[in-house]
Design a protein. Sequence first.
Length: 233
Amino acid sequence: MSNQTNIEQTIGEIVANDFRAASIFKEAGIDFCCGGNKSLSDACKEKGADESHLIQQIETLAQTPVSNVMNFKEWEPGFLSDYIMNTHHKFVLKNLPELIFYTQKIADVHGDNHPELLEVAELFAKINEELLQHLKNEEEVLFPALKAAEISATAQVKSTIISEVTRMQGEHEFAGGAMDRINVLTKNYLIPADACNTYRVSLKLLEQFEDDLHIHVHLENNILYPKALKMAQ
């Protein structure tokens, strides 16, 4: 894989081709889900990351045998949507109530000394509201439409896919942006000296939630949705 090829590829394409690259971008602070449509070169300039070092790391991956890594790009849209629903949707639905409780609790207890927690709680309440409706729409409208299109891609099914994908991408932008803001507010989930156990648990859960959301949105924005739009042509 040449340097030029890597520079021209988008972040999303690189991770879709080899999911192991996600950890490289995470370490560099580069968004590979909502920001996956940016080129490697542009993303590096934006974050002040060492482009040549990242290219070297990606090329090393290409030379390293892949073992037990699921090739999501090869999956049919219906099968991939089932995986997303059973893996990432279930994770979100399990963790949303806990995080609503924890973020509000630490805002109430520590808000005087850490006023940023008030904004964290407010942002997560909005994420909760948006994601609950988002997942419902995917499971009840988009995912069934994808499975229907695999059997018979009628004009109505195609129209549904196009309108739903367009809306879902916008909702991803909101959720991703809100979690990015929480990351900034908490200084990348840095535990302060006066943090109690609940505070520590809350930050750990938020970090895990963000990590899962990045993978979740990547699978949809960079793999599932392009497949869906191709079916709707």
